[in-house]
Design a protein around this ligand. Structure first.
Ligand SMILES: Cc1cc2nc3c(=O)[nH]c(=O)nc-3n(C[C@H](O)[C@H](O)[C@H](O)COP(=O)(O)OP(=O)(O)OC[C@H]3O[C@@H](n4cnc5c(N)ncnc54)[C@H](O)[C@@H]3O)c2cc1C
Length: 297
């Protein structure tokens, strides 16, 4: 069976796009499949200050710059929400919601999606007051009252970002200290954000189909126009069941070449089981995966 592409990359976050750049520059026939806009999580990041080459850059600007390289190199790019991967003797088949593609190698670069609080009307109120992206939706709450839930870097940084836009920002954290790094905590301490430690959102209050406030574990009710949830992420690996890829808690297990237990299937970026989830680590792993594919060509 002659396959359509040497390599198909699933996901066009920073990892997927980096792998595509390396493969295309090595003259390897590569195609990207993506279910949303290019950029992945960086599109949900306000300010990036630890990526070399930029003292500070907005996440969507970084995504756009990398996507410019994809276009300039004329890398094939297709919409597709991947639902399944089937392994055959000499090729692999990728099934999306609309199509089927065949290839020799696959790079899984599907990253992570935001963890939800899991309260009953969360789906209904998403985009009606509840958001997981301050840079995307923050401007909708200009001069309004918002709250952020979480205590890691993302929650602390995005609360400080919202403070520049909103009339009032609460930061609700279930513990008595933040796990965010020092720089983020200093930025927060310079803001007007009101911190509610040792508290949790237990109910979303709604009026006319929109979020109107939140009820907290300690009993009080806060009137808020918008709620931003940053309580961690979960890997996007639901589509890997048939292919029998080894996972740990949903994260893909890889060797030193970023290859999975299935020959010819690689993974890189936030979807991989590892210690540190950063843009620079995702890009480094994408480089390793694509160079390993080139070496085996
Ligand atoms: C709020 C926030 C702030 C952050 N700040 C920083 C920072 O300051 N510095 C830093 O280094 N890192 C930061 N990070 C982490 C960094 O953004 C990630 O480590 C990095 O972007 C991961 O890239 P990725 O390409 O592996 O995955 P992702 O960015 O998650 O991209 C995965 C892509 O795959 C697509 N996809 C998923 N499933 C499918 C499917 N079934 N079919 C087709 N496509 C699919 C998704 O739509 C997405 O576009 C931050 C993250 C967040 C959320």
């Amino acid at each position: 069976m002659k396959y359509q592409y040497n390599t198909i990359i699933i996901g066009s976050g920073v990892a997927g796009m980096t792998a595509a750049i390396y493969l295309k520059r090595s003259n390897i026939d590569v195609m990207i499949l993506e279910k949303e806009a290019p950029g992945g999580q960086v599109n949900r990041t306000s300010d990036i200050e630890n990526y070399p080459g930029f003292t500070s850059i907005k996440g969507p600007d970084l995504a756009f710059k990398i996507f410019e390289q994809i276009n300039q190199l004329e890398i094939k790019y297709n919409y597709g929400n991947v639902k399944d991967i089937k392994i055959h003797e000499n090729y692999k088949e990728i099934v999306t919601d609309e199509d089927t593609f065949t290839c020799k190698n696959i790079i899984i670069a599907t990253g992570r999606k935001p963890r939800k609080l899991g309260l009953s009307n969360e789906e209904k109120l998403t985009n009606n007051g509840i958001s997981y992206c301050a840079i995307c939706d923050g401007p909708l709450y200009k001069n309004k009252i918002t709250a952020v839930v979480g205590g890691g870097n993302s929650a602390v940084e995005e609360a400080a970002y919202l403070d520049e836009i909103c009339e009032k920002v609460y930061l609700i954290h279930k513990r008595d200290a933040f796990s965010a790094d020092e720089k983020a905590k200093i930025r927060l301490s310079k803001s007007k954000v009101e911190i509610l430690y040792n508290n949790e959102v237990v109910e979303f209050l709604e009026e006319n189909g929109k979020l109107s406030g939140v009820a907290l574990k300690k009993g009080e009710k806060l009137k808020v126009d918008g709620l931003f949830i940053y309580i961690g992420n979960i890997p996007e690996t639901d589509f890997l069941q048939t292919a029998k890829i080894d996972l740990d808690n949903g994260y893909v297990l890889v060797d030193e070449n970023m290859e999975t237990n299935v020959k010819g299937i690689y993974a890189c970026g936030d979807v991989v089981k590892k210690e540190f989830y950063q843009i620079s680590t995702a890009i480094g792993e994408a480089t390793i995966a694509s160079l390993a594919i080139k070496k085996n060509c």
